[in-house]
Ligand binder design. Structure first.
Ligand SMILES: Cc1cc2nc3c(=O)[nH]c(=O)nc-3n(C[C@H](O)[C@H](O)[C@H](O)COP(=O)(O)O)c2cc1C
Length: 312
């Protein structure tokens, strides 16, 4: 392997837009890694390609009432509801911690209107140590009866182009699996000016408590993540790879290096590890080591040699 055989670049497509260069393709997934503090006790955060921070909203949010997380056979269902300190507190209190490390910071943003997405993009662009924005479109649109943005391709393009005008940072649009044709949604994100897409967010699901004879989660439905969703995620990464030319960040149930390699062969340029961190706090580093072992075993110089290779 070359010394920089793991380095991946997401080119900034628009004029004036920076590239996002990761030292390696492993990213800690938003909402499963907080702002990195808890994990710094277990791993060296410098080893991560990037940290996608907990989903941010303009103001602080307490999230949904409990119970809001339930374990299932092959994953978890959560309805956390975007608990977070809000943009200002994130910049004041969390950014100084994150900037100590030589890893990229991806700010994940969740809005309930186009205006909220635009405001957050502008505000975060003023913070010089943020390397990219991940636009989480799996949120309800308050102007359209709570319809989830991600399920409406037109809205996905509208949000992406509005964010594009508001920032020079690379834009990653995070797609929801809860749609019929994810390829067409990805195309609209690309048309709106996204530099990359990330997928998948959680799969809509529920659990029932048979003793109490009612849903476990207070919100009834939540999002399923973990190994249970890996085959769905892989299929959708495959479809998106055939639909767009921008890089893909793949995620959904990645627990080890071999899982990550599957995503890369399906078309992902980089991968994120989410629920795996809850089971094993060193999961991100273990995934990276597994990727390195695979590259060594297959005499590969650069990780790019594998991207989309299964489509041959
Ligand atoms: C507890 C929890 C909270 C999450 N919060 C966010 C979030 O704030 N923003 C977001 O874009 N995705 C969020 N996600 C989705 C993950 O980033 C990831 O897309 C998903 O869990 C699939 O990957 P995994 O199976 O490796 O966990 C969350 C997932 C979990 C389990």
């Amino acid at each position: 392997m070359k010394t920089n055989g793991l380095r991946v670049t997401i080119p900034g497509k628009s004029r004036g837009c920076k590239n996002l260069v990761l030292d390696n393709p492993v990213i800690a997934a938003s909402g499963t890694f907080g702002f990195g503090r808890e994990y710094a006790e277990y791993i060296d955060l410098n080893q991560l390609g990037a940290i996608a921070v907990k989903g941010l909203t303009p103001a602080a949010r307490e999230g949904n009432p409990t119970p809001r997380i339930v374990e299932t056979e092959m994953g978890i269902i959560n309805s956390i509801g975007l608990q977070n300190p809000g943009i200002e507190k994130f910049i004041e209190e969390e950014m100084p911690f994150l900037t100590q490390y030589n890893t990229k910071v991806i700010a994940n943003i969740s809005g309930n209107s186009v205006e909220e997405f635009v405001w957050m993009s502008q505000r975060l662009s003023m913070e010089k140590n943020i390397d990219a924005l991940e636009v989480n479109v799996s949120c309800p649109n308050i102007h359209r009866g709570g319809e989830v943005f991600a399920t409406n391709p037109e809205m996905v393009e509208l949000i992406t182009s509005a964010v594009r005008k508001a920032t020079d940072l690379p834009i990653i649009v995070k797609l929801s699996p809860n749609v019929t044709d994810i390829g067409s949604v990805a195309k609209r994100a690309e048309a709106g000016g996204a530099d990359a897409v990330s997928l998948i967010n959680t799969v809509l699901a529920m659990a029932i408590d048979i003793r109490q004879q009612r849903p476990v989660l207070k919100q009834v439905f939540g999002g399923l993540s973990g190994p249970a969703i890996k085959p769905i995620a892989l299929r959708q990464v495959w479809q998106v790879y055939q639909s767009v030319t921008i890089p893909i960040i793949g995620m959904g149930g990645i627990m080890d290096g071999n899982d990550a390699i599957e995503f890369i062969l399906a078309g992902a340029t980089a991968v994120s590890v989410g629920t795996g961190n809850f089971v094993n706090p060193t999961a991100c580093v273990d995934v990276l080591e597994g990727i390195k072992d695979y590259m060594k075993d297959h005499h590969l110089d650069h990780i790019n040699q594998l991207v989309g290779k299964a489509h041959r």
